[in-house]
Design a binder for this molecule. Structure first.
Ligand code: ATP
Length: 193
């Protein structure tokens, strides 16, 4: 998958609509302290379904909305749109929006979808909110110091097989439900004998 463009509006410090083209190859974000470098990475993670307060450096869901400054009122919503091309070159457009008091909603290529659909789309493509392709400050040292199990997770994501874990979990749940049904059926049949 190749990321092409990021649009932000009302997301954290990006109060005005902003658009960034993401060129092929490695992209680095540089700038003075507090200018919003980490907020950009968080926007990419957020649009791909991230909710963890730790990786978003926020408390609640609405904390990603521009909170206002001394000279600017707060915003009512935050919106991030990520345009990408999948491995077949097909265009992919994901939009996530959170509104105060109204929760978070996703659109994939213009259609309303569930968070799970977005997560699966990116997990299958070896990208996703936890992708090792998104390297935040301090991450390099973390990779070097990581435990083997954590490194294995990174390799699985890079190899594009982490989406299979989600599917496997789903399949195992269905299997367990079917086994329970079968056991009940056997009980009923035993009662009929
Ligand atoms: P550093 O190099 O110091 O890590 P940075 O360039 O990565 O900085 P960020 O951490 O991305 O900068 O941005 C921090 C700025 O974003 C702070 O000024 C903070 O006040 C602002 N900010 C974060 N969340 C919000 C929000 N919800 N509303 C308004 N501003 C916000």
């Amino acid at each position: 998958m190749e990321f092409k463009r990021l649009r932000l509006s009302g997301f954290k410090s990006f109060v005005e609509p902003a658009e960034l083209r993401i060129e092929p190859g490695l992209t680095g974000v540089v700038g003075p302290n507090g200018c919003g470098k980490s907020n950009l990475l968080e926007a990419i993670r957020w649009v791909m379904g991230e909710n963890s307060p730790k990786s978003l450096r926020s408390g609640g869901m609405e904390d990603v909305i521009f909170a206002g400054t001394e000279s600017r009122p707060p915003r009512d919503f935050a919106e991030v749109q990520l345009s990408a091309a999948d491995d077949d070159g097909d265009e992919l457009e994901v939009l996530r929006r959170v509104e105060r008091g109204a929760g978070s909603a996703y659109r994939l290529n213009g259609k309303d979808v569930r968070a799970k659909d977005v997560a699966l789309t990116f997990a299958d493509a070896a990208t996703g909110a936890h992708s090792p392709a998104l390297v935040s400050q301090g991450k390099i040292a973390q990779v070097i110091a990581a435990k083997p199990t954590v490194r294995r997770q990174m390799l699985e994501e890079a190899a594009g097989i982490s989406g299979l874990h989600v599917r496997r979990k789903d399949a195992e749940q269905k299997l367990r439900a079917t086994e329970t049904n079968l056991a009940r059926l056997e009980d009923i049949m035993a009662g009929l004998d």
